[in-house]
Design a protein around this ligand. Structure first.
Ligand code: GTP
Length: 337
């Protein structure tokens, strides 16, 4: 529930074509303790101002030359996506009251003002508005939580699958490729077992940061769970465009981790799958990358491997006399052993 101080600090806009009415309303609000009150006599300014300041309350005169209050509310509806107009209509016309409510105003105040009524209605309306904002914020936070890993803050599998789907559509439209790089840390269990889970968690957070800082802004770095991550590369042209970043990540994660007074060392293995060469849907791309990861582990860890048809094509292009075989480990890996 918003506190009294929250309510007094709410952002309020007074809209009236009469300077006297504006002055009177500002005085009433100031005396009550409201701290953030502004005003305009220009109805056409209300929407741009609201877009910029996101008012908690707009005290809106209904009868104004040029744009009237009803037209202003129409414009405000386009800004307030949730459909909640923070409008308290000000009117001297009894017949306008219901029309104002029907047009989207939450409540109305009759002119001439009855001070007690003005204060009560403004207070009540702000209380509901701030509560609505709190709820909207809470619901956004819940959505974020549902799509992100709690430990590292990275996108989780659900969001990742969505991002891959979007990347595939984009790649298909532009005749580009995309790569799924499936990472699994090497020897992570030993860190947990030797130093404890808290150190393991710290490593996972540091790994996330390294993955982010060694990826492009437009790539997605996600945590699938445990010590498994996926880095999605969109808009690339060939397998080599994924092998370079994979080598960079293998390198970055083999650098020591400094936690408190300990220096910990680990490495990572990566499996790569390519769209559309290896598969054309999210599930298959992930499982082909997972299989390539298994090959990288089997080949000695601390390396990347691509063993789908993209890799076979690349190997054939380099050495046409050699039959299409799974390059495991890939030739570029020698430097990471
Ligand atoms: N600290 C921590 N550990 C986790 C978390 N989730 C899973 N684990 C542990 O991560 C370890 C992952 O197991 P593995 O991938 O088999 O271990 P590994 O030593 O890396 O094995 P290789 O991949 O073969 O090198 C397990 O010991 C899990 O208990 C977590 O959120 N925090």
């Amino acid at each position: 529930m918003p506190s009294r101080q929250d309510i007094l600090n709410a952002k309020i806009l007074v809209v009236d074509d009469s300077p006297d009415n504006i002055e009177l309303m500002e005085e009433i609000l100031k005396e009550e303790g409201y701290t953030d009150v502004s005003s305009t006599m220009l109805p056409e300014q209300v929407c741009p101002l609201h877009r910029e300041h996101n008012y908690d309350l707009i005290l809106l005169d209904l009868q104004m030359p040029g744009l009237n209050g009803f037209q202003v509310m129409k414009g405000l509806k386009e800004i307030e996506q949730g459909g909640y107009l923070p409008v308290l209509a000000l009117t001297a016309q009894p017949s306008f009251k219901i029309a104002a409510l029907e047009a989207g105003a939450r409540d109305f105040i009759s002119k001439p003002f009855d001070l007690l009524e003005v204060h009560k209605r403004i207070h009540n309306m702000l209380e509901v508005r701030l509560l609505y904002k709190e709820l909207a914020q809470y619901s956004r936070a819940q959505q974020e939580l549902a799509l992100h890993d709690a430990l590292t803050g990275l996108p989780n599998r659900r969001l990742l699958e969505d991002r891959i789907e979007t990347a595939l559509q984009h790649a298909s439209r532009n005749h580009h490729k995309a790569a799924v790089m499936y990472l699994d840390l090497d020897g992570f269990k030993a860190i947990n077992d030797t130093y404890g889970h808290a150190y393991g968690d710290e490593i996972l957070k540091m790994v996330s940061q390294r993955l982010l800082s060694n990826s492009r802004k437009e790539d997605t770095v996600a945590r699938l769970g445990g010590d498994e991550f996926i880095v999605l590369l969109g808009d690339i042209h060939c397998l080599a465009d994924a092998q370079g970043p994979a080598a960079k990540l293998v390198e970055a994660l083999s650098e020591p981790f400094f936690i408190n007074d300990l220096t910990l060392q680990l490495s990572t293995s990566i499996g790569i799958s390519m769209y559309p060469d290896d598969a054309e849907n999210v599930t298959d791309l992930i499982s082909i990358a997972d299989y390539a990861l298994y090959e990288a582990k089997r080949g000695g860890k601390n390396r990347f491997c691509a063993n789908g048809s993209a890799a076979r094509q690349a190997a054939q292009a380099v050495k046409p006399q050699v039959p299409a075989v799974t390059p495991s480990p890939a030739p570029e890996l020698a430097q990471h052993r």
